[in-house]
Design a protein around this ligand. Structure first.
Ligand SMILES: [Zn+2]
Length: 205
């Protein structure tokens, strides 16, 4: 009886080791954090790397989407830009040249020009679209609209602290916390400066 129990424990211990050994992100190799979704899952938890390829793709696709900057909904094309290292953050859209775009798979000079024009037209979309397009956790289009109603510019929003934000009508503590956390990240601050320099309008209409 005891031997049988020992064997059982040995087996489950082995299984546990196997699970933790495979708990790395299949995309970037970072160690996953949090619990596996199911005890028998081969991998689980979430990847902590903000530059993990699927997350980069997600940010680029959101920025380009209709309700955000309305650049393109051609997912394959946007993924190609990320895969080729041409757009690794959303400010890089504004550095693309027509020639680079025309060299992409499935592109021709006419389509490249249309795409380039859409990129440059997106500069005037304004605060609400930028705010939604940045993909700040907890900030969907409804929340972006509320925040854009309270602030005249992105910099003014990011200068507000948690207390100021959470006092505003329609702004939950979770929203306030996510905005403050996002704005505190030096990488994000730099991104906002680069968007400003690229001529992207960060003010409300
Ligand atoms: Zn990853």
């Amino acid at each position: 009886m005891l031997k049988w129990l020992d064997k059982l424990f040995a087996r489950s211990a082995g299984a546990t080791t196997e699970i933790s050994a495979t708990r790395v992100c299949p995309e970037c190799g970072s160690r996953l954090i949090g619990e596996p979704a199911a005890p028998d899952a081969a991998a689980g938890g979430s990847c902590p790397n903000p530059d993990c390829p699927p997350r980069v793709r997600q940010r680029v696709i959101l920025w380009a989407s209709k309700d955000a900057m309305d650049i393109s909904n051609d997912t394959a094309l946007l993924e190609q830009l990320v895969r080729r290292g041409l757009v690794l953050d959303v400010a890089e859209f504004y550095r693309l040249k027509v020639k680079e775009l025309a060299a992409l798979d499935g592109m021709d000079p006419d389509r490249a020009k249309v795409f380039w024009d859409a990129i440059h037209a997106s500069k005037s979309r304004g605060l609400f679209c930028v705010l939604f397009g940045l993909g700040i956790p907890q900030i969907g289009s409804g929340e972006a609209e509320i925040l854009a109603g309270h602030f005249a510019s992105l910099e003014a929003l990011f200068a507000a602290d948690f207390q100021q934000l959470s006092r505003l009508t329609g702004v939950s503590e979770a929203m306030a916390r996510c905005v403050v956390r996002w704005a505190d990240d030096p990488v994000n601050r730099k991104l906002v400066r680069r968007l400003r320099r690229a001529g992207v309008k960060l003010e409300r209409d």
